[in-house]
Design a protein around this ligand. Structure first.
Ligand code: HEC
Length: 153
């Protein structure tokens, strides 16, 4: 097993896959509103060495994420997504659009979400990052991304 590339006090590595739960159709539980300010701080410590997030900033190893919320996977202008990422967003394929459901997911561990398990969600992606285990952290990071995207429009 590779270890996650970065550890911060707010993150712990993904725990091994939980035994399959019996909740095959877990109701999608509404998530509490995220705290975008906390999300900004988390972004700075966890995501920022691979991603810029201000409009107009260059892509780093990962693409600049100011407008990513609400867009199809692999469609960030000027970025060079992997084939795997492009396929993930393909219309007629999985057609993944980045939003709270696809990025945060929920605790049931059946509905995998991208930020919970980046490699599991987009197998073959070039992103060497495991994910953010805490749902609270994911909610806040995504609230921050959502705020960025809406202020960009
Ligand atoms: C080790 C570097 C690295 C870290 C850390 C990282 N990413 Fe990424 N991320 C990437 C790369 C590289 C890609 C492009 C993957 C591909 O195209 O296969 C990517 C892609 C993405 C995408 C999809 C972009 C698209 O093209 O649709 C999102 C959303 C994203 N990252 C969010 C995050 C968030 C939020 C964090 C912090 C919790 C994070 N990433 C941490 C490297 C990283």
């Amino acid at each position: 097993m590779e270890s996650p590339i970065e550890q911060t006090p707010t993150l712990s590595p993904l725990t091994p896959p939980a035994p399959p739960s019996t909740a095959s159709s877990a109701p999608s539980r509404p998530l509490t509103p995220g705290d975008a300010r906390r999300g900004a701080a988390l972004f700075a410590s966890v995501c920022a060495h691979c991603h810029n997030v201000e409009a107009g900033q260059p892509h780093k190893f990962g693409p600049t994420l100011d407008g990513v919320y609400g867009t199809r996977a692999g469609r960030i202008p000027g970025s060079r997504p992997s084939e795997a990422m492009k396929r993930t967003g393909e219309e007629g394929g999985r057609g993944v659009v980045w939003g709270t459901d696809t990025l945060v997911g929920c605790r049931c561990r059946r509905c995998v979400a991208y930020l919970a398990d980046c490699r599991g969600y987009v197998p073959g992606s070039k992103k060497p990052f495991k994910g953010v285990e805490s749902e609270r952290d994911r909610v806040d990071i995504v609230a921050f991304l959502q705020e960025k995207a809406s202020s960009a429009k």
